[in-house]
Design a protein around this ligand. Structure first.
Ligand code: ATP
Length: 648
């Protein structure tokens, strides 16, 4: 494949490649608050009038001095005009900053609202740090450039127009001379615009990469320390930091060209005005008062012009940042992926009670599934790039920029291969009130099955039915209200015990929270500090043991009291006491519920109503423990390894 095609294919596959926004997309952000914008325009007009009055008064003053007339009130009015003008400018500046802050707030709200509603697959394919940096750094950049650049330049436009009119009135010839210099500078700055935009988008992307690298290292800090890979991670983050620095310098280099161009424009215009103006005064075509006023107007013209040139940089930088923001805002939210042909069904009550009384609570009907191609490719690319970095580090002793650049470079030749089937014709049922266990080796597709029930993804073919109804025709919120899902290993959020429990039910009071904790054998956690429910459990629940975390998550789902519970058992090894506590908790929650448990320890599930054995995405055995030991060799091996049958 030719390099250009390969690059194009790669950039299509990389979700965050070269996002761009147009000027039209910037306008709605600017005019989100119309009344305030009108206020700014009014203040700007008045401020401009006060500025423009100054040269006019000075000109009259000079004429009066020349003719020996009295000045008294004119002098005071000049002082008043200068003071009021300055106050108005301060107020205008404040209003502009306020507008900038509102723009950032609105943009952040849009972005956060969309981020929290993106399909799960988007999170698989993107890097968390990069998403986070769009909310933080890109929106901040948008504000900085909007307030410091564009809006001030818009505010200065009135002064600019007034100055132009006044200069034309004073001396059209001198004005023509001035403009020829200014137009030259304007063309030069306009030509630089696209380069600034490209450089700035690249710089912001690098900041996203940097945040991702930091996030990766910090979230896995225990693994990083335990494996002695601090230096390796440091090199990786450092390479990203250097990348961000280099792209930042690129922006500085391009935008630095704007400064001399506008400086040159001012100097050249001043020299031209003084030279040509002086000659015109000597020739009697212009008086001294007129020349002084003209020069003052020239400064008034140049100031907004400099702001305007700065705004070109600002707008182009803003468009780079906005492109990255807009890319997320434009992504379809999770619900937008719903099947249109299937009419939505509103469940009349908990699915396993009322809908189709004879249908099982859950049923997998010939379900096959492959992860979306872009998700799989992002994973493969990431793994491959990290492996390459490892090799490079081993070879050179330190991380190299090019290797990190390769992090998301994809092997374009592979882009058309469909991703492999992760589930293949899976069939099983969960009768109401029963407990079903999914077992099988790592990678068999157990967690994926639960993710499909929750509709984090939709099946590729076949159907999953809840109370006889295809889950794809149930509104996601409603579906998820029927299901409690306890994920593997880290199912709690930073915050207090109460915060975590109330995720299950917002209005649960302290007594209910305490009762449910005791129900899952977490009374000890509640009593061990004086803070009780207000005890902080740390980022990801680090202040709890693996088993406690999982039981807290079970307690949370109990508060929500869903008719169906999906439990992905913790893979971390539990001590005897914890394991017993977990089994008791599961026994209690299974009362009157339909339960699907992914078991890594067969001891948790030997007494299930049915055990489904998965291997490489296929069901290779179904039945009770005793029968499976006889009929399914893989299950027999698992049981042997876990000492549940003799002969292991
Ligand atoms: N988000 C994802 N994107 C792409 N592929 C994935 C994703 N999650 C899992 N896979 C792949 O799907 C297959 C099944 O994974 P799954 O997590 O369902 O297995 P599992 O049986 O739950 O394993 P374990 O017992 O180790 O948790 C694996 O090959 C895995 O690499």
């Amino acid at each position: 494949m030719p390099t250009s095609n390969r690059k194009r294919a790669a950039s299509r596959e990389r979700p965050d490649a070269e996002p761009r926004a147009t000027f039209a997309q910037l306008l709605p952000h600017l005019f989100a608050d119309v009344p305030r914008m009108i206020g700014i325009i009014v203040v700007s007009i008045v401020a401009a009038a006060f500025s423009l009055a100054q040269p006019a008064i000075v000109s009259v003053l000079i004429t009066r001095v020349q003719s020996g007339e009295a000045l008294s009130w004119l002098l005071w009015s000049l002082v008043a005009v200068v003071v009021v003008g300055a106050v108005l400018q301060g107020y205008q500046h404040f209003l502009l900053q306020l507008t900038g802050e509102s723009i950032v707030l609105n943009t952040r709200r849009l972005l956060i609202a969309k981020l929290l509603r993106l399909p799960v697959a988007e999170f698989d394919a993107r890097r968390t740090g990069d998403l986070v940096s769009r909310v933080g750094s890109d929106t901040t950049l948008l504000r900085a450039v909007l307030t410091q650049g564009l809006i001030e330049a818009v505010g200065g436009t009135l002064t600019f127009v007034g100055a132009v009119v006044a200069m034309i009135i004073i001396d059209p010839v001198l004005f023509a001379v001035t403009m020829s210099v200014v137009v030259f500078a304007g063309v030069a700055v306009a030509l630089l615009g696209p380069r600034i935009r490209r450089a700035s988008a690249a710089a912001q992307e690098r900041v996203g990469d940097l945040t991702s690298a930091v996030e990766r290292a910090v979230t896995a800090v225990r693994t990083v320390r335990a494996t002695g890979s601090t230096e390796r991670e440091e090199a990786l983050v450092d390479a990203e930091a250097v990348g961000a620095y280099r792209r930042g310098v690129d922006v500085a280099r391009v935008s630095a060209l704007v400064v001399p161009v506008s400086g040159f424009a001012l100097q050249a215009a001043l020299i031209a005005v003084l030279g040509v103006g002086g000659m015109r005064v000597a020739a009697g075509l212009l008086d001294i008062a007129g020349l002084v006023a003209f020069v003052m107007f020239l400064f008034m013209l140049v100031m907004p012009l400099a702001l305007f040139f700065g705004a070109v940089t600002a707008v182009n930088t803003a468009l780079g940042a906005l492109g990255r923001i807009q890319e997320i805002i434009d992504l379809p939210a999770e619900d937008a992926h719903d099947r249109e042909e299937a009419p939505l069904v509103r469940l009349r009550g908990p699915a396993n009670v009322e809908d189709e009384p004879d249908a099982p609570a859950l049923a997998f009907d010939d379900v096959s599934f492959r992860y979306p191609n872009h998700v799989v490719r992002a994973r493969v690319a990431h793994e491959r790039a990290v492996a390459r970095l490892d090799r490079a580090q081993r070879a050179s002793g330190r991380g190299r920029r090019g290797e990190v650049d390769a992090l998301y470079e994809l092997d374009a030749a592979r882009t058309d291969d469909p991703s492999p089937l992760v589930l293949d014709g899976v069939e099983f049922e969960v009768p109401r009130g029963s407990r079903i266990a999914l077992v099988g080796p790592s990678g068999a597709g157990k967690s994926t099955s639960l993710a499909l029930i929750e509709r984090f993804y939709d099946v590729t073919s076949g159907a999953i039915r809840l109370g006889g109804v295809d889950v794809r025709s149930i509104e996601r919120d409603e579906l998820r209200r029927q299901i409690g899902y306890v994920q593997q290993d880290a199912p709690v959020l930073a915050g207090t015990l109460r915060d975590n429990l109330q995720l299950g039910r917002n209005d649960a009071d302290d007594d209910e929270c305490a009762a449910v904790l005791r129900e899952v054998n977490l009374g000890g956690v509640l009593d061990r500090t004086r803070e009780g429910l207000d005890a902080q459990i740390g980022e990801g629940g680090v202040r709890l043991s693996g088993g406690e975390r999982q039981r807290l998550a079970i307690a949370r789902t109990l508060l929500a009291a869903p008719p169906i519970l999906l439990l992905d058992e913790s893979t971390s090894s539990l001590d005897g006491a914890n394991e017993r506590a977990m089994r008791d908790a599961i026994d209690r929650v299974s009362d009157g519920r339909s339960l699907v448990v992914i078991a890594h320890r067969l001891s948790t599930v030997v007494d299930s109503d049915e055990i489904v054995v998965l291997d490489r995405g296929r069901v290779i055995g179904r039945g009770r423990h005793e029968a499976l030991v006889e009929t399914t060799p893989l299950y027999r091996d698992l049981a042997k390894h876990q000492l549940l049958v003799p002969g292991g």
